[in-house]
Design a protein. Structure first.
Length: 81
């Protein structure tokens, strides 16, 4: 399994665990990030992450739920979900 770092709207960093190109777990500061996001937003964020993993040139991806997922961690964490 691979691990990658992403962030939402350059405010909240999270880590994903990927197996065979699919997101199997998302967490933020040792907490289940999918639970913090809620079901619909977690699906949107997972789909955006999977897209960016397939398209290596993609730096960010806007979702239907109104957040933008970016590659990498935020250097100084802002708002928390």
């Amino acid at each position: 399994m691979e691990r990658h770092f992403f962030n939402l709207d350059k405010t909240v960093s999270f880590e994903v665990e990927v197996d065979c190109g699919r997101v199997v777990h998302m967490w933020n500061r040792d907490k289940n990030f999918a639970d913090q996001l809620g079901f619909n937003r977690a699906l949107n964020v997972s789909a955006a992450v999977e897209f960016m993993l397939k398209e290596s040139t993609a730096i960010s991806c806007a979702t239907e739920c109104g957040v933008t997922v970016h590659r990498g961690q935020v250097k100084q964490s802002g708002a928390q979900l």
